[in-house]
Design a protein around this ligand. Structure first.
Ligand code: ZN
Length: 211
């Protein structure tokens, strides 16, 4: 199974609106599996297709799993599975196709991060609870009631499907400052990569909000 490339700001694909999936066909199994693997490898708690360069309305989530680091050369764990450098336990993946929020209420905000906006977090306004209509990987229509972290992650991922990043929800002034900063950081990262310097890769813990 392949780990997919995660596109990062300011890559263009992150600003595009993903198209509804007219027919949920078996090919989607492969994409959903690869998206989950990419998410657990990162590690993150959600991933939308735009983030891996695919403009279709599909996203994956798991806001409640246990993560341990897998030491290279170590014995494979007896519980859980190894994804990249992580051991994932108690995974409860959700695959959500053509999501549509049919009910929303309350207000909340937590410090959000994003796999497509590395090393940056900010609080943005979200609904506290929602009810979601979507199709599962077999094309069956489902309803899901969500609150807490799951509700916020769903809104964050659905923004991706609409070509929007969480930083787009900041005030106009702050947004411009942040975009400038992130562009500069990306140039720096690419320079370091080109020079072959090891990237400082902060290991994120599962509880970090990182879809
Ligand atoms: Zn994100």
């Amino acid at each position: 199974m392949a780990i997919l490339k995660i596109y990062t700001f300011p890559d263009d694909v992150l600003t595009k609106k993903a198209a509804p999936i007219a027919r949920v066909e078996r090919e989607l199994y492969g994409l959903a599996d690869q998206m989950l693997e990419t998410m657990y490898d990162a590690p993150g708690i959600g991933l939308a297709a735009n983030q891996v360069g695919i403009l279709q309305r599909i996203l994956v989530l798991d806001t409640d799993y246990d993560l341990e680091e897998f030491e290279e050369g170590a014995e494979p764990p007896t519980v859980g599975e190894v994804v990249g450098k992580n051991i994932i336990k108690n995974r409860k993946p959700k695959i959500i196709i053509n999501p549509e929020i049919i009910l929303k209420e309350g207000k909340t905000a937590i410090s959000e991060g994003c796999l497509s906006v590395p090393e940056f977090t900010a609080e943005v306004p979200r609904f506290e609870k929602l009810k979601l209509k979507y199709q599962d990987i077999d094309g069956v229509s489902k309803l899901l009631s969500a609150d807490g972290l799951l509700a916020i992650a769903i809104q964050h991922e659905m923004d991706h499907l609409d070509g929007k990043l969480f930083i787009d929800r900041l005030s106009p002034l702050k947004k411009e400052k942040v975009r400038k900063l992130l562009r500069e950081e990306r140039v720096l990262r690419e320079l370091q990569d080109a020079e072959g310097q090891p990237q400082s890769k902060k290991k994120r813990k599962k509880r970090d909000f990182n879809p």
